[in-house]
Design a protein around this ligand. Structure first.
Ligand code: ZN
Length: 459
């Protein structure tokens, strides 16, 4: 892994500086300072282009990304259950409660073993980087030290990590073999965890942050939820949880509190700036306003939702309401660690939502109204949208943002994306990459101006 240093990158970059808008920066010079922050973007038609290129070449700081390569911003994955990585792709035929009780909780309980945690987390962080994910928000387990180990893996492998020790303090809502010992210990452990992860941040160029993490309302006591809201308020830490994952959770919260999941989370102080809530498929217009006004964000998990959400999230409506929103794999409710797979699924399910599913229903009654999103809008969710959700300066190639990038080779022998010259402009090039690329196409990954993965290094 290289260190951040002042560099000038020469290449063809795609990014989405605002929702629905894509830019191709062909043969651009992207300059960074020695903290890995972008200081300028210069196009061939701009004044001073030749001089800047020449100066960087002479200084030995020019990084030529090469012919046939395109560069995308590193992805921001807003929702990953790191301990579930060993079971990705397994048992997705089960209903959520069976999947949790029979598969997921027994697996997560194994992370009391620090060595097991280290092995799995080292592999997961590497696999996500290899698929272009440069910023990731993780659930760990209820265990403090093993979850700090996940944050340490992010820090040492060069991924920007946001990591939470999970709280499950309600004896009635959780198995006896896997839960917090008490509400008091859950809150004390969370405060200790926040301090331990904060202590890792100095000296970690890309940053690593603690996240206050009630698993979801059904696994926490009222006192536990209120205590976590208080800790988030006092520490200013990030918050993450699930909101309206599926019909069961939606109904459970209504029965317990007589209000929606969003309202209940808000009342506990958990829906706030720097909160990220996964799924949110049942949000009403009023819930959407609560998100927009509180500054909380939605992590859209389109693959996982197909298995467990009993519905398709209203992405287009929530965006129109001004809700902050990004994209997420939701390992292992979602089987794929790839944000590309989730970009594709986000586009496809939005079309299904709009068109409806039963051809025997009249066409004008079949769908849920205008719902479709484009591949460019899905790319925004996976990059700049995630950055906005986390309030981090990443996700696009603009001055002031960290240089987080994935270098994609469109000319791999087993994964050629060049399209035999039928392209009609840069958007076609981008869509080929978004729809057809595989991990092999991603050759280099840069985070905060440092090269953290180089798949051609061994040659
Ligand atoms: Zn989840």
């Amino acid at each position: 892994m290289s260190l951040p240093s002042a560099r000038t990158f020469l290449g063809t970059f795609f990014h989405t500086p605002s929702y629905g808008k894509v830019e191709c920066l062909a043969n651009a010079l992207v300059e960074t300072d020695d903290s890995g922050t972008i200081t300028s973007v210069t196009l061939p038609a701009d004044e001073g282009y030749a001089e800047r290129e020449c100066a960087a070449r002479e200084a030995g700081t020019l990084v030529e990304l090469g012919e046939g390569k395109v560069v995308l911003p590193g992805f921001v994955d807003l929702h990953v259950h790191a301990p579930q990585w060993p079971q990705s792709g397994i048992a997705l035929d089960e209903p959520l409660n069976v999947w949790l009780d029979k598969r997921t909780f027994p697996l997560e309980s194994k992370y009391a073993d620090l060595e097991f945690a280290r092995r799995v987390y080292a592999d997961l962080v590497h696999q996500l980087l290899a698929r272009g994910t440069t910023t990731c928000m993780y659930f760990g387990t209820v265990h403090v030290e093993p979850t700090v180990e996940l944050a340490r893996q992010c820090a040492t492998q060069g991924q920007r990590g946001l990591v939470g020790k999970v709280v499950m303090d309600d004896p009635a809502g959780n198995p006896s073999f896997y839960r917090d010992a008490s509400t008091a210990s859950a809150l004390a452990d969370t405060e200790r965890f926040v301090g331990m992860v904060d202590a890792l941040r100095p000296g970690c160029a890309q940053g690593v942050w603690p996240v206050v993490t009630p698993r979801f309302i059904p696994s926490c006591t009222d006192e536990g939820l209120a205590g976590l809201g208080r800790i988030a308020n006092e520490s200013g830490a990030y918050v993450q949880s699930h909101c309206n994952e599926g019909q069961w959770e939606h109904d459970f919260v209504f029965e317990r509190f007589g209000k929606s999941d969003a309202e209940a989370l808000y009342d506990c102080g958990l829906l706030r700036e720097k909160s990220v809530m996964a799924h949110c498929t049942f949000l009403t217009e009023a819930d959407g306003r609560l998100f927009a006004e509180s500054g909380a964000a939605v992590a859209h998990c389109p693959i996982s939702n197909a298995y467990f959400a009993n519905s398709v999230a209203p992405v287009r409506r929530l965006r129109a309401q001004g809700v902050r929103m990004g994209l997420a794999t939701d390992i292992s409710g979602g089987f794929s660690p790839s944000m590309y797979d989730n970009i594709r699924q986000a586009v496809m399910v939005s079309r299904v939502r709009e068109d409806g599913v039963d051809a025997l229903v009249a066409q004008d009654e079949r769908g849920a109204g205008e719902s479709r999103i484009s591949s460019v809008e899905a790319l925004w969710l996976a990059t700049a949208g995630g950055a906005e959700a986390l309030r981090l300066p990443v996700g696009s190639f603009e001055p002031g943002r960290a240089f987080d990038a994935q270098v994609i080779d469109t000319r791999r022998p087993d994964a050629d994306l060049t399209g035999f010259g039928v392209f009609d402009g840069p958007r076609d090039v981008l869509d080929r990459v978004l729809y057809l690329s595989v991990p092999e196409n991603i050759r280099q990954v840069w985070v905060q101006g440092a090269l953290v993965l180089d798949k051609d290094e061994a040659r």
